[in-house]
Design a protein around this ligand. Sequence first.
Ligand code: GH3
Ligand code: MG
Ligand code: MG
Ligand code: MG
Length: 325
Amino acid sequence: KLRENTSNQFGMATPLSARAEAVDHAHVLLIEDSILDRDRVATTLTRDQDTVSHAPSGAAAMQMTQAESFDLIMLSLNLEGEDSLRLCSQLRSQDKTRQTPILLMAHEDDLKRVAKGLELGATDYILRPIDRNELMARVRSQVRQKRYQDRLLVNYESNLSMALTDSLTGLYNRRYVMVHLERLLRQSQESKKPFALMLLDIDHFKRINDNYGHPAGDDVLREFAGRIGRSLRNFDLAGRIGGEEFVAILPDTNLDVAVAVAERLRAQISGAPMTAKGVDDQIPVTTSLGVTIASDPGESVDDLIGRADRALYAAKRNGRDRVEV
Ligand code: GH3
Ligand code: MG
Ligand code: MG
Ligand code: MG
């Protein structure tokens, strides 16, 4: 099953976690212009359930690694008319193959270039004539290590997202919102572009818990978060900063626009009642919003939040289900 210079059939659309599940079988890119060794390696690996794509040149290899992802790259140090070592460092410096193990294939009298290749980031080498058992052992060992690293990366990314987001609603958590606000405030003071901050607090949420139960209250929080998130632009940020308190941050937004957006959010919530698991009633929900704009060069995040908070409490005082500035 030797495939010549194919475009994307593997990898790219497959999430890392799914790939990590499919243990052991590897997708190998073989960069080799000797037909004899190409066939030898491909036969051995496919017998071992691996899939092999063949690149007869460096240019083909660069193209193929853009289109699909590989678990292992086998690179001949004897490509006719090509600088294999340069190819090795190119593979190391592009994002798609930065983490992919590279196994060099070399002749015994070429150990100096092997050493150079290892210095440039190749992970291992195998000498010609290629011994089938040694080939299998080296490939398995590289692939096992790659799988292990992929799993570490998945764990790292999920830990990171747990640290930044609120697990009930999936919105950003208070800690991340504060970090983001500090950064945005600094940027907006440098660029002199205003941004909008709005605080949202669900009205009489305690009654919702009291009437329908805490789990129903959680369902309402999730639905609330979903409606807010869907109503904002991609580069706006929504966070949950307290039990039933939320924030929306809109870069590059003046007061008129911010009030219009706040009004739209308010209507998204009051416009249709919510449902909760195990509750037959439709649950009417409203929210109060306090809006402010960051435009004063001297102010701090605390000043900003304090102002939005006072606007929010004005909205509560003035009857709830409303926007105040
Ligand atoms: P107001 O209109 O003045 O904001 O009234 P309120 O009842 O919404 O405000 P209050 O601050 O008195 O009550 C908030 C309630 O939110 C109290 C708390 O039990 C509840 N709550 C906080 N976090 C959660 C949560 O994660 N899930 C659920 N179901 N309830 C929560
Ligand atoms: Mg509250
Ligand atoms: Mg309250
Ligand atoms: Mg409330």
